[in-house]
Design a protein around this ligand. Structure first.
Ligand SMILES: [Zn+2]
Length: 289
């Protein structure tokens, strides 16, 4: 791990309130705890997510409820600031939400890229994090955010290269190991459930997820902030956060879930046989000297 965290900034670009907690929340909380400034750009307010009616009693809309859950989670992870990019949540492939004129997948790519680029210009992070090329589980918003973030990163890196050589030094994609997806398939079967129809809306296909795997270049162990990550997840109560599995499920979860986030390196191009690092900022300070 880098010793000098002073002045270090991370920007995580994600799609929905809860992606920051359920996905790479441990990593975000760990670097915030160590003194880095950790920022989040969230593209939508998760308007298309299914919400049990009793959760909506005190909120004007599902977007307002999920925004308050996002603020709660950002607080638990000790994020410096959340940039809400103002697009509308799209559903999974074929969902009517995708036809909404403000839906993230319906907006021109250039508009999405520029909105993300603007945040990058303000934050000037050394490290940018986003989804992997399949968005973890093929959610169209996740894939869109990945593609737009890659384009925005290239654009802003070029703009800032003369004035701020450390800006946008690393780009990483959060990725799930194939073994986890395979384990999840096994776990679903054990519970008598169909691994091709997973999730609150039955639109996640674990077989499809288990069929791709990406190389891992950085593994971050977030054991010191497991509690903070759990607190952030519990903020997203309308999305099932905070529910504790019990019995055999809990035992299996404990057995297979280690507090490790895995990242594939998008920039710079990884060298063949590059050793796996344990720090997102690896080598950045050396590059200046
Ligand atoms: Zn999401």
């Amino acid at each position: 791990m880098t010793n000098d965290i002073h002045g270090k900034r991370i920007l995580s670009v994600l799609a929905h309130p809860d992606d920051e907690a359920f996905g790479m929340g441990g990593t975000l909380a760990l670097y915030a705890m160590r003194g880095a400034e950790v920022y989040l750009a969230c593209a939508t307010l998760g308007e298309a997510g299914d919400i049990p009616p009793d959760f909506l009693q005190n909120h004007l809309s599902s977007g307002a409820l999920r925004e308050s859950e996002l603020d709660c989670s950002a607080n638990a992870l000790a994020l410096k600031k959340v940039f809400k990019l103002g697009f509308r949540d799209s559903g999974m492939e074929g969902s009517p939400d995708n036809q909404h004129p403000d839906a993230l997948v319906a907006r021109p790519m250039e508009e999405v890229v520029e909105r993300i680029a603007d945040v990058m210009r303000q934050v000037r992070p050394q490290v940018v994090l986003t989804f992997d090329p399949v968005g973890g589980y093929y959610h169209p918003d996740h894939i869109r955010v990945h593609q737009a973030t890659v384009l925005a990163f290239k654009r802003v890196r070029q703009e800032l290269s003369a004035s701020d050589p450390q800006a946008l030094a690393r780009l990483y994609y959060h990725t799930m190991p194939k073994s986890s997806a395979k384990f999840a398939v096994f776990w679903m079967r054990l519970q008598g459930k169909d691994p091709r129809k997973v999730g609150r809306n039955g639109d996640i296909d674990l077989f499809q997820i288990a069929s791709v795997s990406f190389p891992v270049h950085v593994k971050v162990n977030y054991r010191p902030v497991v509690k903070q990550r759990e607190q952030a997840a519990a903020c997203h109560a309308s999305q099932g956060g905070g529910q504790k599995p019990s019995g055999l499920s809990a035992w299996l979860m404990r057995l297979f879930s280690r507090p490790i986030d895995r990242f594939m390196q998008g920039f710079p191009e990884p060298k063949p046989h590059q050793r796996i690092k344990n720090d997102l900022f690896w080598g950045i300070d050396d590059e200046l000297t």
